[in-house]
Design a protein around this ligand. Structure first.
Ligand code: MG
Length: 260
């Protein structure tokens, strides 16, 4: 069941979204050679504390029974890591890319967003990966204004990534979001079988975390033995961008932007 949100509830989600955006803006300043992802995690924890925001990632249960919960406030996934990387003290190097995903809850409502950042100068191929992934997110939000169902949007996302010679990672998808970070429906970045059978109507009040993950060489992924970090099978780079987006009678509204 998809829980539609009222304008008042969407306004509350915007508060959480603004703090997530503020946290990622702080992370952006730390994305320089020699910095480390643990520092990014500490900066985000401080911002969440300052706003009385509950971090949503810390303590998140592992999908494999008996394996450790997620230990940090951000997922920090470097280079071949796609998602769910654990922050650490390894210095970032010129030419690396780091995907940072974070979420928080304020007054009972959630926000969730991600960005992939270049560390110094990156190779043109890597810059193109970042551009294509961020453009895929942008085009999906724009398309929500005129598409009636999510499969129409997902098809555009998939086609754009393919046209650029890259791959949509299919193992992980976006999600509904509200009082819980992960609500129904699942929001794939491609036209999945499930979507064909049971499409999502883009009606006012639906709030989705849209999060395309794109890889340079393959859509196939593997999980490392820390039981969290997901990497590309070919160990080539991947990127991830995410916004929490509400459908309103006036069209799609991004909730995880820094300024209105
Ligand atoms: Mg998400």
């Amino acid at each position: 069941m998809i829980k539609l949100k009222s304008p008042r509830e969407i306004a509350l989600m915007r508060e959480a979204g603004r703090v997530v955006a503020k946290a990622l803006d702080q992370v952006r300043r730390l994305a320089v050679p020699g910095a480390c992802t643990a520092e990014m995690d500490e900066a985000v924890a401080a911002i969440f504390r300052e706003h009385d925001a509950i971090p949503l990632f810390r303590g998140y249960p592992n999908s494999t029974k008996g394996k450790p919960p997620f230990p940090a406030n951000i997922c920090a996934s470097v280079n071949e890591a796609v998602v769910h990387g654990i922050p650490n003290r390894r210095p970032l190097k010129e030419g690396d890319v780091v995907s940072v995903d974070t979420g928080c809850k304020i007054n009972g409502w959630c926000g969730d967003a991600a960005v992939t950042l270049a560390i110094g100068e990156v190779r043109p191929e890597i810059q193109k990966l970042l551009d294509v992934t961020s453009q895929t997110l942008d085009l999906s939000i724009r398309a929500m204004a005129r598409c009636r169902t999510w499969s129409e949007v997902a098809s555009l996302m998939e086609k754009y990534v393919k046209s650029q010679g890259m791959y949509v990672v299919e193992k992980f998808v976006g999600h509904g979001i509200g009082q819980d970070m992960h609500e129904e429906p699942q929001v794939p970045n491609f036209v999945s079988k499930a979507l064909r059978k049971n499409d999502i109507r883009l009606e006012p009040g639906i709030v989705l975390a849209i999060e395309p993950m794109v890889a340079l060489g393959t859509k196939n992924v593997a999980t490392l033995d820390d039981h969290w970090t997901v990497v590309t099978k070919d160990r080539r780079a991947s990127a991830h961008f995410e916004h929490t987006v509400a459908m309103t009678p006036e069209g799609p509204r991004v909730l995880t932007f820094l300024d209105d």
